[in-house]
Structures are given as structure tokens and as C-alpha cells.
Design a protein around this ligand. Structure first.
Ligand SMILES: NC(=O)c1ccc[n+]([C@@H]2O[C@H](COP(=O)([O-])OP(=O)(O)OC[C@H]3O[C@@H](n4cnc5c(N)ncnc54)[C@H](O)[C@@H]3O)[C@@H](O)[C@H]2O)c1
Length: 329
């Protein structure tokens, strides 16, 4: 099949492209390189079945494709809050353009939505039926409400124009190729630990998150895309950790000498986040398989390699993480 991946030069998109190329599909990667990078897709450059298009999805584009994985959107608060109006445009105009394309060429359309549609949830864990508790005027709203509108658009194109849609709600995902400066908790802790800085915990660290390794997520994407279910379907790892537990795990794995430093909680930071993945289990026969420790080893090894290449890693940390983690990459 010829498959379009918007946001394909980003963290998740590039791992998805690796899987699609390995399965002998023809892939078009469309990206404006706002948070994505060519190094993530470098291995496919020059491959006759791979095409890279530099394009901003807020502008329409004409392409002939069979499936569209629509991922383009900055995902971390640092990046989506940098230009919130642009984030809304990417989610609303960008999704409209991609749905218009899907309608025109009769392609199946997959939307990468988010657990942020549940806001600061009153229900725990969150099933797909939960409608969320989102602040419409807060600093995270450009992303949360933007994704909610993207879901609305997908379902309206489905009802009104018979576009085949698949909607996934992604919970916190981590792995190699995450941006070092994205301000997300896993990358923050790893970078801080590798460079000998204190690990910053916001609040008292009792807020919880779940962490899904990127290869598990991509497996869920492919199963949903090729299933008969529209979704929305939660994909994430239901293992729940407090932020403090995560800090201590990374501290142990990378550098037991670094301290934990506490700072005030930012606005609208959700207290708890854990997916209910009953639907993914029943409908897609999917569940995560990579334990946190194993996923962190691969992620730490990738960050360490990048930081060493940039010359930003202090000498005394060169023995972390273990040899095993580095060879597992
Ligand atoms: N990583 C997570 O934990 C997570 C959680 C929930 C949802 N998601 C969703 O998954 C998708 C991918 O996230 P990611 O973590 O890979 O983020 P990312 O920032 O690494 O990737 C996003 C990609 O989209 C591109 N992009 C942004 N705006 C664009 C535009 N206007 N036109 C064209 N390209 C544009 C960026 O350059 C980047 O390559 C996003 O839609 C995000 O909302 C991610």
C-alpha cells in the first residue's frame, strides 16, 4: 500500500515509518520539521519506496494514498505552548486538510489523539466512554481542545462523508528519539541524570502517570488501522507509577548520586493518568509487552549516545547505563 504519515519525522512517526517500511509498504513522510528531525528518517533516504515531503499541514496538499496516519502536531507542552494559536491551527485546519484528502482519494484515516482529551480526569482509570474534564481556557487548551476538535472532525467526516476513520487515544509514550528538550518527564529525568543535575519533580511527586514503550504503541496503531473498529481506543501501558517512583528508578539506573529537587506544580497538571485498555485487549488483542525497566534501558542508551555525540555528557557518567543497555539498542 502507499501510506502517508504526517509528522513522520517526529518521535512516534519515525518509529511507525520503520515498521511500515519493514513491511514493504510505500511510505510518504510529510513534515514541517517543527519538532521532527531528518536524522530520525535518515536510514530511509534514497530508498525508492520512501518519499519525504516538507509541508505544513495547515495548507492543503494533493497526494494519492491508500492510508493516512495523521500524527502531525507538537506533543510536548513546551512545544505546543510555544505558539498556541499555531497548535490550534495544526489540530483544526491541519486535520481538516488531511480529512479532505482522505475523502478525495478514499483513503483510510487514522488520527493520533491523546489521553489529554480526558483533561484532569475524575474517573480512574479512564475508559473511552469518559467524556473528560478539560479546561477550555487554560494554557494546555490549545492542545487538549485542539485534539478534541480533531476527533469531532474525524467522526463528522465519517458520518457525513463515509470516510473510514480510526481514532487512537495515546497515553504517555517514551523511547529512543524523544527530543532532549521537550520538557516531558522521562526525557527530563534522563537528561538531568546523565548530566549530573538534580531531577526536577513538580509538586510532591505523588501524581501518577503510565508509560508506554514506543514499539508497543506502534503495534497498537497498526492493529487498529487494519481492524474494523473506528475507535476511539486507548493505547497505553496501564502500569501506574508516581512521578517520584519514576525519578528514583532513573536515578538508580543512571546516576545514584544525583538528588531529587521539588518545584511547584504547573497549571492544569493532571493528578492521575492511567488508561483502561479493556477495549484494546478485546478488540485488537493488544497489550503492552515491554516492561518499564527494559524500555528505559533502551531510551537511556539512545540519549547517552546522542549526548556523547554532542559532547554534553560529563566524564564521570560515561559508565552509565550498563553495557547491556547499550548493546540492547
Ligand atoms: N508522545 C506521546 O506521549 C504522545 C501522547 C499522546 C498523543 N501523542 C500524539 O502523537 C503524535 C506524535 O507525537 P510525537 O511524540 O511523535 O511528537 P513529535 O513532536 O516528535 O512529532 C510531531 C511531528 O509533527 C510535525 N509537525 C508539527 N506541526 C506540523 C505541521 N503544522 N505540519 C507538518 N508537520 C508538523 C513535527 O515536526 C514532528 O515531526 C502527535 O499528534 C501527538 O499529539 C503523543
Amino acid at each position: 500500500m502507499r501510506i502517508l504519515v504526517t509528522g513522520g519525522a517526529g518521535f512516534i512517526g519515525s518509529h511507525l515509518i520503520d515498521r511500515l517500511m519493514a513491511a514493504n509498504h510505500e511510505v510518504i513522510c510529510l513534515d514541517n520539521f517543527y519538532t521532527g528531525h531528518k536524522r530520525n528518517i535518515l536510514r530511509w533516504m534514497g530508498n525508492p519506496y520512501f518519499e519525504l515531503v516538507r509541508h505544513d499541514i495547515t495548507e492543503p496538499i494533493r497526494l494519492e494514498v491508500d492510508q493516512i496516519y495523521h500524527l502531525a502536531c507538537p506533543a510536548s507542552p513546551v512545544h505546543y505552548q510555544y505558539n498556541p494559536v499555531k497548535t490550534v491551527k495544526t489540530n483544526v485546519l491541519g486535520t481538516l486538510n488531511m480529512l479532505g484528502l482522505a475523502k478525495r482519494v478514499k483513503a483510510r484515516f487514522f488520527l493520533a489523539s491523546t489521553s489529554e482529551v480526558y483533561g484532569d480526569p475524575e474517573v480512574h482509570p479512564q475508559p473511552e466512554e469518559y467524556r473528560g474534564s478539560v479546561n477550555p481556557i487554560g494554557i494546555r487548551s490549545c492542545y487538549d481542545e485542539g485534539k478534541r476538535m480533531a476527533e469531532t472532525l474525524a467522526f463528522d467526516y465519517h458520518r457525513q462523508n463515509d470516510v473510514e476513520i480510526r481514532v487512537v487515544r495515546i497515553f504517555n509514550t517514551y523511547g529512543p528519539r524523544m527530543l532532549e528538550n521537550d520538557g516531558r518527564v522521562v526525557s527530563n529525568f534522563i537528561v538531568q541524570a546523565l548530566s549530573g543535575q538534580p531531577l526536577t519533580v513538580y509538586g510532591d511527586g505523588s501524581q501518577t502517570r503510565s508509560f508506554c514503550y514506543v514499539s508497543d504503541l506502534v503495534e497498537g496503531f497498526i492493529r487498529l488501522m487494519n481492524s474494523e473498529h473506528t475507535g476511539p481506543i486507548n493505547i497505553g501501558n496501564p502500569g501506574e507509577y508516581t512521578i517520584l517512583q519514576l525519578a528514583e528508578t532513573i536515578q538508580k539506573m543512571v546516576n545514584p548520586d544525583v538528588e531529587v529537587q521539588y518545584k511547584p506544580l504547573p497549571q492544569d497538571d493532571p493528578r492521575r493518568r492511567q488508561p483502561d485498555i479493556t477495549k484494546a485487549r478485546q478488540l485488537l488483542d493488544w497489550e503492552p509487552s515491554i516492561p518499564l525497566q527494559a524500555g528505559l534501558e533502551k531510551t537511556i542508551a539512545d540519549f547517552k549516545a546522542r549526548m556523547e555525540a554532542n559532547g554534553t555528557l560529563s566524564e564521570n557518567l560515561l559508565n552509565y547505563p550498563s553495557e547491556k543497555a547499550v548493546t540492547a539498542l
